[in-house]
Design a protein around this ligand. Structure first.
Ligand code: GLA
Length: 719
């Protein structure tokens, strides 16, 4: 609920358990008053009045220089605020300084719509505050949405040129928030290929800590999500805040601790090498940020994000729909297959109880290695005699659905597509473009390029019965230059590229509503809320080694629901790490998300086949918990050398626990589960052992000393 106290000029935004309050201070600037546990109107008013008392009076000759410590909701530049500005715009005369003052506001019982940019769905209330620059015709609309059933506040900014002359945006962040002075630690999620979203917690020093990607994707290296936590905050207790961008391209998220110990958080589209020409009357729309607050530790913060992404970002047509159990042929065959091999795989997969066969890379053009063929989206009939028709027919005969791999944003130099359209790639004429995985990036800033790919992929999706698409993206951008943009607009390149990706995703997903799209970028290189808006699930990592995957899925779970993390069982020794782990462990780790198999089912031993059938049956019995339940981290696999997590049904009548030892020097452990009904009695499925919720909370379940990489999974149900 949003209230406006007219006399005091205070806005009070109440979510489920939180209050976010802003005021127009006596100098006319919009400032933060409070963000935290739900509080009363009186408390908010008292804080606002105190803050106003500290402001200089407008008659003071030094008035203009006094805004450094003001908790600005959108920092200005060159007029007494020496923190990083939230937006900077250069006028014709080169003038850059600004100062934003409250002009008007509106309250709406609806959410903002952002064109092709992903944005929060459903119902909610929105406050839009319009700020006007004191020195130019620029205006900024700040949107704030709140929800009765969530502790997430959604913010973004719309920067509008209300004049007639063009203005160049040099920075256009989505938000700025100044926090109270408690000491916080910063959690970021870093990594690289096959090691995505590793949590790292550090203190915040004075100056600016910048988490960013300039790769054109949200990246393996740093996820567009950070948490600020009090030192004592753990999974179950303590105060923490989350900031998650709904954006998939180059981004910045910064924490700035100033000399007077004020902490500001801000970010949005990356400001490194960014610019955007805004003609008179035009508006630049920034991505949304999901800001969360928890007083019940990191577990509750994650749950807020999980519920929010499931209920308000991911496509409602898919989010709670049963996901297929997939057999993907990538690690089974790589590029080396023909129709006979594929049909054998389909037959074997059908015998195991798999739902969907996904034909990965290598089915098209002259694609027999990763050096050729990308862009030639027509079937390689030399490899697949009978074409896709034959493969799909076989799937249908065996009761399977069919899925197909694409890499829409890329092209190989050695391809018919590139020979026909050499000018369609990202780069600058006369300079050899950089290759990554022997491929070039298509210039998605250009509408004709996106149109062309849309036509091609639509053609295939219309012609064949395809129920699943894996949309891959296997290299970072480079050059950041488009021949189609005038010199003065090259700074727009990477945001325009991301808009091109969203445009294609929007057109394909809205035309092919029944197709489940899985996102992928060399594994989890573009795992973010922006992609989840279009793709209900994302291939979490190319690393399918159970021990590494446990850590990757653990890190990913801080910001994203497990129902969005695609996870497959693969063979051992593992292709990425060479490590051998028990089949059961691989199954247990892969059961924590939409699941499948990334192996050749025709070469499984009889024992492995029967284990697979059992795994699939067991998965089906917990799949609803995976997609709908509350997920909790019980042990930290980095610190404790044990991975233990659970998924609890919303009504707390059942709970699925996965435990895996990651050390030789294990010991017997008590696994405490404080998330069930204290007075309920729960039985471990398949045994006669039962416990009360209180016992599970206080004493826990004893798990014996498991050997390294051994694992246990069990289901508790209320009697
Ligand atoms: C990427 C993906 C893999 C696979 C290959 C195919 O690496 O992450 O799952 O699809 O591309 O080339």
């Amino acid at each position: 609920m949003i209230r406006y106290l007219k006399r005091e000029k205070i806005f009070i935004l109440n979510g489920k358990n939180v209050t976010y309050a802003l005021s127009v201070n006596k100098a006319g600037f919009l400032q933060n008053v409070y963000f935290g546990k739900k509080t009363s109107k009186n408390k908010v008013t008292e804080i606002a009045v105190n803050a106003d008392d500290k402001l200089p009076s407008a008659e003071d000759k030094n008035f203009d220089m006094e805004f450094d410590a003001m908790p600005s909701e959108y920092a200005f530049y060159g007029r007494g605020d020496y923190n990083e500005p939230t937006a900077v715009f250069e006028r014709r005369d080169g003038c850059l300084f600004s100062r934003f003052r409250y002009k008007a506001h509106k309250l709406k019982k609806a959410l903002p719509e952002l064109g092709v940019m992903p944005c929060v769905r459903g119902d909610g209330e929105t406050l839009t505050v319009t700020l006007k620059d004191d020195f130019s015709d620029m205006e900024i609309n700040l949107n704030y949405s709140v929800f009765n059933d969530s502790d997430i506040i959604v913010r973004n900014a719309e920067i509008k040129n209300c004049g007639t002359g063009a203005v160049k945006l040099r920075k256009a962040f989505s938000f700025c928030l100044q926090m109270d002075s408690d000491e916080y630690e910063l959690m970021r999620f870093y990594g690289r290929w096959a090691k995505e979203r590793t949590p790292e917690t550090t203190g915040i020093g004075h100056g600016i800590t910048k988490i960013q990607s300039i790769r054109g994707t949200s990246s393996h290296q740093l996820n567009p999500f950070v948490i600020l936590k009090q030192k004592r905050c753990n999974e179950q207790k303590g105060k923490c805040f989350g900031f998650q961008l709904v954006y998939s391209g180059s981004f910045s998220l910064c924490a700035e601790l100033s000399g007077n110990d004020k902490l500001r958080v801000y970010g949005g589209v990356s400001d490194s090498f960014f610019s955007w020409n805004l003609n008179g009357g035009e508006t630049f729309i920034t991505p949304q940020v999901l800001i969360a607050c928890s007083y019940r530790g990191l577990g509750a913060l994650s749950s807020e994000y999980h519920d929010f992404l499931r209920n308000r970002i991911i496509d409602p047509a898919f989010v709670y729909k049963k996901r297929p159990i997939v057999l993907n042929n990538w690690e089974a065959t790589y590029f080396d297959f023909d129709d006979k091999k594929i049909c054998e795989i389909i037959d074997a997969a059908a015998d195991l109880g798999v739902d969907t066969f996904v034909l990965d890379d290598g089915w098209f053009g002259n694609r027999n290695t990763d050096t050729a063929g990308l862009g030639d989206w027509y079937v390689n009939e030399n490899k697949l005699n009978g074409g896709l028709d034959g493969v799909i027919e076989r799937c249908k005969e065996r009761g399977l659905s069919f899925g197909l791999w694409f890499e829409p944003e890329m092209v190989s130099e050695d391809s018919d597509f590139y020979r026909k359209h050499p000018d369609y790639i990202v780069g600058k004429n006369g300079i050899r473009p950089a290759m990554g995985r022997t491929q070039y990036v298509l210039d998605f800033t250009r509408k004709e390029v996106v149109d062309c790919i849309f036509q091609t992929i639509s053609g295939i999706l219309s012609r064949y019965e395809i129920s699943y698409v894996k949309w891959d993206m296997n290299r970072s951008l480079s050059e950041y230059y488009s021949e189609s943009l005038v010199p003065d607009r090259q700074g727009e390149f990477f945001h325009r590229y991301t808009l091109g990706v969203y445009d294609l995703a929007k057109r394909l997903t809205s035309r092919f509503k029944n197709v489940l799209f899985e996102g992928c970028a060399s594994g989890g290189g573009r795992f973010d809320a922006g992609m989840l808006y279009y793709f209900p699930q994302i291939w979490t990592s190319d690393n399918t080694d159970a021990a590494d995957r446990a850590r990757i899925q653990y890190g990913t779970s801080f910001g994203y629901p497990i129902s969005a993390m695609s996870c497959h069982v693969s063979v051992c020794p593992n292709h990425q790490t060479g490590r051998t782990t028990p089949f059961e462990t691989r199954g247990n780790i892969a059961s924590l998300g939409p699941t499948g198999y990334e192996l050749d089912p025709t070469v499984l031993t009889e024992e492995e086949k029967s284990a697979t059938k059992k795994q699939i049956m067991a998965y089906k019995s917990v799949s609803q918990l995976i997609s709908e339940g509350d997920f909790y981290r019980i042990c930290d696999p980095f610190r404790d050398k044990v991975f233990c997590v659970c998924a609890v049904s919303k009504d707390k009548t059942s709970c699925y626990i996965v435990y895996t030892s990651l050390t030789e020097n294990g010991k017997e452990r008590q696994i405490k589960i404080p998330y069930l009904k204290e007075d309920g009695r729960y039985i471990i499925r398949g045994t006669k052992l039962s416990f009360t919720g209180k016992e599970l909370k206080r004493v826990g379940i004893t798990v014996g000393n498991l050997k390294k990489y051994y694992s246990a999974a069990f289901v508790l149900t209320e009697l």
